[in-house]
Design a protein around this ligand. Structure first.
Ligand SMILES: Cc1cc2nc3c(=O)[nH]c(=O)nc-3n(C[C@H](O)[C@H](O)[C@H](O)COP(=O)(O)OP(=O)(O)OC[C@H]3O[C@@H](n4cnc5c(N)ncnc54)[C@H](O)[C@@H]3O)c2cc1C
Length: 464
């Protein structure tokens, strides 16, 4: 009986997955593991979404995601499951905090200890920060990748307001620790987002050791994609739910528009585009929530240099606002993992803050290069003269641009969705702080919920 049910399930057509980023690939992997075919429709000409490794002139560069903390347990587990475990190598885990021409090094996996010892801020400031540690610890059990709305009781203010209220707004704590960390991880200012993001990053991103994929992040995506039915250059226009499944309309690489039926769908497109992709599917409040989601932008410049910058041992360097308001930080990829640059050379991946990205994203490469290098000179004097390669990536969506209260609204959205059954499930980073692990967990959750929906009526049918 069970195998009949299984066959019937597979007979209802594939599950369509919109998007071949980590959310969509994970969902497809879990669905296929249950014997149900999955077809992935991807509008780009490649898989990976915001993960993309590029090799040129001996440099191994990440245009998008680069950090993989050991706190990303579901990603590490999945990497082992698909056979990428041996490709995971320990990465340089030192995070640099710039201040007054000095880069102060803190070990990511000994963050609390090193904060106590660092001369980055005064003893008095460190004492003030004890309150921050206590509050973040209180919130820590609720800070998960699956649904950050569970911690919405803490989603009442921005990091700046939190500092002002609880840390006496010691200027240096906000400028060189709190805001510097928020900027360096998310590319937004600490007076704009929800304080939950700060607590989240402390426990679920920083504060653990870092890993890298030996030959770059894309090797993980490639392995996850193996054997999958992926249609590239294919843009989905519409997904509709019917009595016994879904119909999906897309325009393929051949320019032809197709409408096909399937058992279900998982949508991983950015949240604010979902109501137009699935017209009439959501109640008014849920539609308003999705349409209201905003995303940040970022320009990344992979920068090959003929000399490793002297004295920098950190692999990730946060740039505080007083040092430069427009750059969020840079990674020294040559300190992160071996093989990132030709012998003797260095590789810097420089990332811009979202507001600056908005200003320059449509400029030509030369203009962007000049603007970014002019700012980098403040951190590494003379760096421009050592540059032998640059590559510029423009990202029009990176993370959900949260604000205080967003995660409360997310909780209400989740409750409304939980009360309905649907063959269309949503994945993507809007359910928690945006990162690769949230994407992975959202894909697993969407797959599990869809499989449960698909099985429920079949079991009843078989029993009769
Ligand atoms: C510069 C940068 C640096 C980053 N650094 C890190 C990092 O160090 N660590 C970390 O954890 N995370 C990092 N991230 C974030 C991380 O990459 C993302 O959170 C993650 O990729 C999100 O996965 P996703 O599958 O939800 O979305 P995406 O990766 O965006 O994939 C979604 C896919 O859906 C496709 N799509 C959308 N709409 C349609 C449609 N209508 N039809 C067909 N296809 C569609 C898109 O083309 C895309 O390929 C970074 C991101 C950027 C841009």
């Amino acid at each position: 009986m069970i195998s009949n049910a299984h066959d019937e399930l597979a007979d209802r057509g594939p599950v369509y997955i919109v998007g071949a980023g980590p959310s969509g690939l994970t969902a497809a992997y879990r669905i296929r593991a249950q014997g149900i075919p999955a077809v992935i429709l991807e509008k780009r000409d490649r898989t990976g979404g915001m993960i993309h490794t590029h090799r040129e002139q001996g440099y191994l560069m990440e245009e998008g995601a680069t950090i993989l903390p050991s706190a990303y347990e579901p990603v590490v587990k999945l990497a082992h499951e698909i056979g990428s475990g041996d490709d995971l190598i320990p990465a340089g885990s030192i995070i640099g905090f710039a201040r007054d021409n000095v880069i102060h090094n803190l070990r990511s996996d000994h963050l609390f200890l090193d904060v106590l010892k660092t001369p980055l801020v005064s003893l008095k400031s460190k004492a003030l920060m004890a309150r921050f540690g206590i509050d973040a610890t209180r919130a820590s059990k609720l800070l998960n990748y699956e649904d950050l709305s569970r911690a919405s009781a803490f989603d009442t203010m921005t990091p700046r307001e939190y500092c002002s209220l609880h840390l006496g707004l010691s200027g240096e704590v906000y400028d060189y620790v709190i805001n510097s960390t928020v900027r360096g991880v998310l590319g937004v200012r600490g007076d704009a987002i929800s304080n939950l993001e700060l607590f989240f990053m402390l426990y679920n991103i920083l504060g653990s050791k870092l890993y890298a994929f030996r030959e770059g992040y894309s090797t993980y995506v490639d392995r996850l994609s193996q054997g999958m039915d992926i249609r590239l250059n294919t843009t989905v226009q519409e997904v509709r739910e019917g009595v016994d499944g879904v119909t999906v309309t897309w325009t393929g690489a051949d320019g032809v528009t197709h409408t096909e039926s399937g058992a279900g769908a998982v949508i991983t497109a950015r949240g604010d585009t979902i109501p137009d992709l699935v017209p009439g599917h959501f109640d008014a409040a849920s539609e308003a929530f999705l349409r209201g989601l905003r995303y940040t932008k970022c320009v990344v410049m992979n920068t090959g240099v003929t000399r490793k910058p002297k004295g920098i041992v950190a692999s990730v360097i946060n740039i505080p606002e007083p040092v430069d308001p427009d750059l969020m930080g840079f990674t020294c990829e040559h300190n992160k993992a071996p093989g990132r640059a030709p012998e003797g050379h260095g590789l810097l991946d420089i990332l811009t803050m979202t507001e600056f990205a908005e200003r320059i994203i449509d400029e030509d490469d030369d203009t962007i290069r000049t603007e970014i290098l002019r700012r980098m000179e403040k951190l590494i004097p003379g760096v421009t003269d050592t540059v032998d390669y640059t590559r510029i990536a423009r990202w029009n969506e990176v993370i959900v641009y949260s604000r205080p209260g967003l995660y409360k609204e997310l909780g209400q959205f989740q409750a409304r969705q939980a009360a309905t059954t649907s063959r269309i499930q949503l994945a993507g980073v809007f359910r928690s702080s945006s990162n690769m692990c949230t994407a992975t967990v959202s894909g697993e959750r969407a797959a599990a919920e869809l499989l449960a929906q698909l099985r429920a009526p079949l079991r009843r049918f078989v029993a009769v």
